[in-house]
Design a protein around this ligand. Structure first.
Ligand SMILES: Cc1cc2nc3c(=O)[nH]c(=O)nc-3n(C[C@H](O)[C@H](O)[C@H](O)COP(=O)(O)OP(=O)(O)OC[C@H]3O[C@@H](n4cnc5c(N)ncnc54)[C@H](O)[C@@H]3O)c2cc1C
Length: 485
């Protein structure tokens, strides 16, 4: 955030059509959509505008991932017929300097001054509901017709003996490092843990990655998680799956961690410990009781499919929610909340095709249903798969790991979902999301004209496999008769 230190909160123009607590991606986007549609909007944040996404999360991790990918490519140069000098050194302070420069550049978009110029009343300070239709901030009482709670979440710390005394990094502090840890223990094999473990390994840290479940990325499909596991191992990461970290402590210059798998204990010595085991919702001190909002302090605020809380005038979106917690949901949430709150809309979150991606190498992206989910709902599923090594552009680019899998309702071309594992899966998934949002089926995807060669041909080929699998139509029969005349 580039807001000047002399920022003065405006005089309230209550009642606000929409009052938003939390200026992370969800809150910022909703404020901008609502003000564009003519609403009087108040936006409150106690900290940096942009939230952790900009200041501590997505943007910073993607920046460091880019540099780490470059180092990996330099080390792999020979595979591409190129030569680089031996012994490439990583200038870690320079890497982190780039991270800070990019954060500063992007954050200027979300300055309080810029938002105020758009017509949004920006308040900096701790917000607290004082009743079902009012919030206090910095000595002001702001009244609202509708409100949105988008206060996000904070890193969760697991009950590991000795953790507090030993000291550890979270995603809130890891990007402040100025010195690269030579040996890094990452506890947590979810998206953030895997992304950062791989990035640090490629930047030269000796990384040990511990996950308490049998696979990484618990929510993803087994073959996708396995490909990721293989890729992390190739990057030299020491992987411990199905393993508990039971105790950590300091011994001289080392931090020691006891790892227990199947009753067997092993102790590893590292320099720093990074804990990324999930998040806890930011609900404390918000006065949710006064507003009549039902909340589980561990899970978060309960919302329905319309993103309404138990107080029908108050909505919630993003990481603070117990359900419907999609990482990059901000634009969808903003549209749904603004339409439902201010314009009597009935937009449902479940009607949206919302893709997500883990930005490891290869990336793992998904949209719609998983096969298991479809089966649980009694929907018969057929899967069409194309492996990336069958796609010319993936071969030319040396990016052959992965696959595109399209799931359809058996006997139809209706797309239920898709998983893409590929170097650019986060981009590839968009074509499938577009098709799902527009109600297009696999026949439509099979007909898309694409430049050759591109990696998205994997999608077209999977769609064409579906077309080829359909029973021959009367038209095909007639064509054959015609040709045989
Ligand atoms: C390392 C990392 C990498 C990530 N990578 C990705 C990615 O690649 N793609 C992706 O989609 N997601 C990613 N995420 C997740 C993404 O950052 C979050 O899902 C997103 O920030 C959630 O947005 P939000 O608006 O719900 O909340 P937040 O961004 O958490 O914002 C909440 C805001 O509310 C404010 N606030 C809280 N309480 C109060 C109060 N009482 N009064 C006033 N203000 C308050 C906070 O100061 C904060 O600014 C990543 C996260 C991390 C940590």
């Amino acid at each position: 955030m580039t807001t000047s230190p002399s920022w003065r909160n405006p005089d309230p123009r209550s009642p606000y059509h929409l009052l938003i607590v939390g200026a992370g991606p969800a809150g910022l986007m909703a404020a901008q959509v609502a003000v564009r549609r003519g609403a009087r909007v108040a936006l409150i944040d106690r900290n940096l505008l942009g939230g952790p996404c900009l200041n501590k999360g997505s943007v910073l991790s993607k920046t460091i991932i880019r540099t780490s990918r470059l180092y990996r490519e330099m080390r792999d140069a020979e595979h591409f017929g190129a030569q680089v000098p031996a012994g490439i050194a990583v200038d870690f302070p320079a890497v982190m300097d780039r991270v800070r420069r990019i954060r500063a550049r992007l954050s200027s978009r979300d300055s309080a001054e810029r938002l105020a110029a758009m017509g949004i009343d920006v308040y900096l300070g701790e917000a607290r509901f004082s009743g079902p239709g009012s919030v206090t901030v910095g000595g002001h009482v702001l009244r609202f017709k509708k409100a949105l709670v988008a206060t996000g979440a904070r890193p969760m710390s697991p009950p590991i003996a000795g953790l507090e005394e030993t000291g550890y990094l979270t995603y809130e502090s890891v990007f402040d490092l100025t010195e690269r840890p030579s040996r890094l223990l990452v506890i947590g094999g979810g998206p953030i843990g895997c992304e950062l473990a791989q990035a640090f390994a490629r930047l030269g840290s000796r990384v040990t990655l511990v996950q308490d479940e049998p696979m990484f990325l618990g929510h993803e499909e087994r073959d996708a998680a396995q490909l990721l596991s293989d890729a992390l191992a190739r990057d030299g990461i020491e992987i411990h799956l199905d393993t508990q970290t039971t105790r950590v402590r300091v011994a001289g210059n080392d931090r020691l961690a006891d790892l227990v798998n199947d009753g067997m204990k092993r102790t590893v010595a590292v320099d720093r410990i990074l804990v990324v085991v999930g998040t806890a919702p930011n609900v404390q001190g918000l006065g949710l009781d006064a507003a009549g909002i039902v909340c589980d302090p561990v899970g978060g605020i309960r919302v329905d499919d319309f993103l309404r809380t138990s107080n029908r005038r108050i909505f919630a979106a993003g990481d603070v929610c117990a359900e419907n917690r999609f990482p990059h949901i901000e634009s969808v949430a903003a549209r749904i909340v603004v339409t439902n709150a201010l314009f009597l809309g009935r937009q449902r979150l479940s009607a949206e095709a919302i893709p997500w991606c883990t930005f490891t190498d290869p990336e793992i992206a998904h949209v719609g249903m998983y096969v298991t989910e479809a089966r649980q709902k009694g929907i018969p599923v057929k899967t069409f798969t194309v492996l990336m090594h069958e796609v010319d552009r993936a071969v030319t680019d040396g990016e052959e790991d992965g696959f595109v899998k399209l799931y359809v309702r058996e006997g139809t071309g209706k797309i239920l979902g898709a998983t893409v594992v590929a170097s650019h899966a986060g981009d590839l998934i968009n074509e499938i999301s577009l098709a799902m949002s527009a109600g297009l089926d696999l026949c439509a995807l099979a007909k898309v004209n694409q430049p050759y060669p591109t990696q998205s041909q994997a999608i077209k080929r999977a769609a064409r496999a579906y077309v080829g699998s359909r029973p021959r139509s009367v038209r095909t029969w007639l064509t054959r008769q015609w040709l045989s005349l």
